[in-house]
Design a protein around this ligand. Sequence first.
Ligand code: SAM
Length: 304
Amino acid sequence: MRNEPWLLKPQKTKEILQRYGIRMQKKFGQNFLIDAHVPEKIVAAADITGTDFVIEIGPGIGTLTQYLCQAAGSVAAIEIDRHLLPVLEETLADWDNVEVISGDVMKLNLAALIEEKTAALAAALQTGAAVSVKVVANLPYYITTPILMKLLEEELPIDSITVMIQKEVADRMQAAPGTAAYGALSLAVQYYAEPKLAAIVPPNCFVPRPNVDSAVIHLAQRAPAERIRVQDSGKMFAIIKAAFAQRRKTLVNALRNAAELRKPDGTSYTREEAEQALTACGFPLTIRGEALGLQEFANLSDVL
Ligand code: SAM
């Protein structure tokens, strides 16, 4: 039987913050949760069970972490702010299935961490049950996209990512072609994962209050065989980057001007080459990148 989370009783959170003299660090994107319904929603959206190894990015004072420890087989909580380590020692003392890792998630070898922790959990379970890896976090908003792209692009054996982010970023991740929110982030996320909005969270659920609404988004990773087929995904993403870096331009002009898009011989694509590729895909020559879906970018990448 696991211990119950206790930190989210408002007087307890306040007392801890005061006792440790914690000042919220804006540079680390610190907005701490103070509403108990939110961790419950996050844990439900992540569908955490005793056979899961959970990576939490930025435990803060351990609010969400307590809920994760209660539900998961094991938890690794990565925190950059060293001032919070003594707090976490106290707030997580009731659980023996959590390790706090002091450091910057962007610099950590997550593949090695996952390998070590999944092997340890599998051995501890002694049931032969498969261990799943889930990332769960109330992410620091200043670095949301780099963190998510690291998790997705490193091809880590992660089953799902359930994170609180700015609602506007969640909208971009789920956006469809032709909408204002659609862009390179939508395509990158949708290539690697299936995004699903789990909850919208207002500013009053945090201290300090952020200026914007937040959202919990669940990203179910696609196995490589379930992704859109494309010969060279790196080239496809260079095309996507070019298309949205110059969003107002036609795709032909974006492709031939793109600094990041080169032929194997190092030269840029010519207007004629760009037009030929569009025609081969059946696209009008006046089309803009924002009209193309992931499959269409993959087709274009394969013929260019
Ligand atoms: N999980 C806590 C909660 O929900 O109350 C805190 C969430 S707060 C939005 C983000 C947390 O991420 C902070 O504790 C912050 O110090 C930490 N953080 C910021 N940048 C980080 C990084 N690069 N690596 C690890 N943790 C980071």
